[in-house]
Ligand binder design. Sequence first.
Ligand code: GRE
Ligand code: ZN
Length: 331
Amino acid sequence: MKGKIILEEHVCLPEENPAEKLKFFARDPNGLAEALFDLHGVRLQEMNENGVEYAIMSYTPPGPQGLRDPKAAEEYAVKINNWLAELVDRAPERFAAFAAVSMHDPSTAAKELTRCVKDLGMVGVMLHDTQEYMTSEGRVSEYHYDDHRYDEFWKVVESLGVPVYLHPKPPLPDDAARLYAKRPWLFGPTYSFARDCGFHFLALCTSGIFDRFPGLRLIIGHMGEMIPAHLGRMDHWFDKKDRGRTLPCKKTLREYFETNVFFTTAGNFSTTALLHAMSEFGVDRILFSVDTPYENITEGATWLDSLPIGNKDVAKIGRDNTLGLFPQLQA
Ligand code: GRE
Ligand code: ZN
């Protein structure tokens, strides 16, 4: 199909050298770094060759979520956003952007997101999982956003009417050493990303944020970070109130997933996983994405175009659902 839209697509400031961070991801770190810097060259050309009209760009993980000092993370977010806005403004008929924000302080995050949406024309925000911080004992820890202190942030997100994309980042140093030093092949996109990001996403969805902020919309990538396959078992056990599993939210996970959540295909071009997600949540909840430059546009686009689901559903996943969520893109 023509007119595809993709929305988990990453860039990186050219002055950063991501090679060190990227050494775990079994591809040429130098080639990958160059691909991360590129937007208007090879990436645009590959979009053209594959019928991709629009890409919503975001910063590569971990972004501000990896900076443990609040001030440094806040300044980094502003720098990223100003640069990203300029980058996509060079071809606004092809690109839009998700803001990056530091989540150390919910009120600063809300202010920066407001600036990004109102002044820079950004269409939402991507959070790279938890916010890392240093404890007073000098240990690295992380904030999860189901804590009630973040209600201030969610309230502003809801009033701005933009979605939040929860994206993975690498595990904290303790987990990296404890779990992955001996099994590095499970680190990153093979497993740790989905494990950590899926956990955080479930924490958010069961926290009651959708009861308090019913207009909130969350996006999760990689076909749901393993959550769809596990949904039945979770909702089944959440009923067991006598075992301490009374949820702090009013509805079942499935109900929230049918109203407040969107799933993207980024980096997960599995037809059986897609058919399963469609049968659980309906085709309207699923958005095509690639995860460039970690994944290949041609591979993703060829997969979408050959799905055995009929042209109307391909068009919904490839474009229409995303336009519904981001009506600004039609402007
Ligand atoms: C991602 O952004 O999802 C990603 C990375 C690094 C490796 C693989 C991957 O940031 O999917
Ligand atoms: Zn990604």
